[in-house]
Design a protein around this ligand. Structure first.
Ligand SMILES: [Zn+2]
Length: 348
């Protein structure tokens, strides 16, 4: 099988497309033939050695995988070759106290697919059978690869970690990103009023098309004042934040009394210093969100099947263009998702 391996960290890192022996599944594992795989900031952090844990190389990145079951291990009863599947990329043990109550995002033995074991920028991948999710007929491989990780991250933030009430003001940071583009749609479906930020006209136009009522230029350092103006000084009830650093601090400037910030990323910085006094005096909340549960993926795919959540695909690359795909995502001009389609190379 062919697989793209990261062989040296860097910005850009060094990738090699290699021919590897066919992998065989363990008793409770399956081999999935990959049809499409989404690229995420997690992959960039792996590339740049920016993760809090050292990752030995070579490693095949890619966690947002959709494809067909190719081979099953001897103990796998629920799947057969040809089944269309997505993969829950936060691999979970299924046995710890958190997994037993459906909170795989908190699994004590979790592993990130494409980070701690080889992922989807390859023809095939070996994963535990329990990580498979059946793809609905209405959801094609590209849509799945654009939503399963980023969309379910947003679903987890908006429906599992935080809660939206009708007519709440919701601020979605970076609405043209993978998480942001899904978050705008989910918040609108839940009858919230959405404000979003974007650093270019194209990104702000996309946020409007997805359902944001107002968009704000995040290059303007005074953007929180605009949010307060739009909401007539009320501020926003919920912020969907995935950037971190100073952006997270600015979110507090536009947060309503009793409001909540839910955050799942820190591309702009992990260490922040903030003033606790207004935070507790206004009874605000800061909620962490990490990955997703099975329920969030099922909801994401159900919503996609029903047309309530649409993938936004920026560009599609082949397996021998993976380095270019990473460069594209790092350029920060991406609208929605960057995908890799491994088997379009095989066909050619
Ligand atoms: Zn577990």
């Amino acid at each position: 099988m062919r697989a793209v391996q990261l062989v040296a960290h860097g910005k850009p890192g060094k990738f090699e497309l290699r021919q590897l022996p066919e992998s065989s599944p363990g008793p409770e594992e399956v081999v999935v033939q990959i049809e499409a795989c989404g690229l995420n900031y997690l992959d960039l952090w792996l590339e740049e050695a920016g993760l809090p844990i050292p990752i030995p190389l070579p490693r095949t990145p890619g966690g947002e995988i959709a494809g067909l079951v190719f081979r099953t291990g001897s103990d796998v009863k629920d799947w057969k070759p040809g089944d269309p599947v997505a993969i829950q990329s936060n691999l979970f043990c299924g046995e710890c106290e958190f997994c037993r109550r459906g909170e795989e995002s908190l699994c004590l033995n979790s592993e990130l697919l494409g980070v701690q074991r080889d992922g989807g920028f390859a023809d095939k991948v070996v994963v535990p059978a329990r990580s498979l999710v059946r793809l609905p007929d209405e959801v094609d491989f590209e849509s799945s690869a654009a939503l399963t990780l980023a969309g379910s991250t947003a679903m987890h933030m908006l429906t599992s970690r935080a809660e939206i009430r009708r007519d709440d003001w919701v601020l979605v940071i970076a609405g043209a990103s993978g998480v942001g583009s899904a978050a705008i749609q989910i918040a609108r479906q839940l009858d919230a009023r959405v404000i979003s930020t974007g650093s270019s006209g194209a990104k702000r136009s996309l946020a409007l098309r997805l359902g944001a009522e107002f968009v704000i230029d995040s290059n303007n350092p005074g953007w929180p004042a605009e949010v307060r103006k739009i909401t007539e000084k009320h501020g926003v009830d919920l912020v969907v934040e995935h950037v971190g650093g100073d952006v997270l601090l600015k979110c507090f400037e536009c947060l309503a009394r009793g409001g909540t910030i839910v955050t799942c990323g820190a591309t702009a910085g992990r260490d922040i210093k903030f003033n606790l006094w207004p935070f507790f005096a206004k009874e605000q909340r800061l909620i962490g969100s990490y990955g997703r549960n099975r329920a969030d993926i099922l909801a994401t795919l159900d919503w996609a099947a029903a047309g309530r959540l649409k993938p936004v695909i920026d560009s599609v690359f082949t397996l021998d263009q993976v380095a270019a795909a990473f460069t594209r995502l790092r350029s920060r001009s991406v609208l929605g998702k960057v995908l890799i389609k491994p088997n379009s190379v095989l066909a050619g």
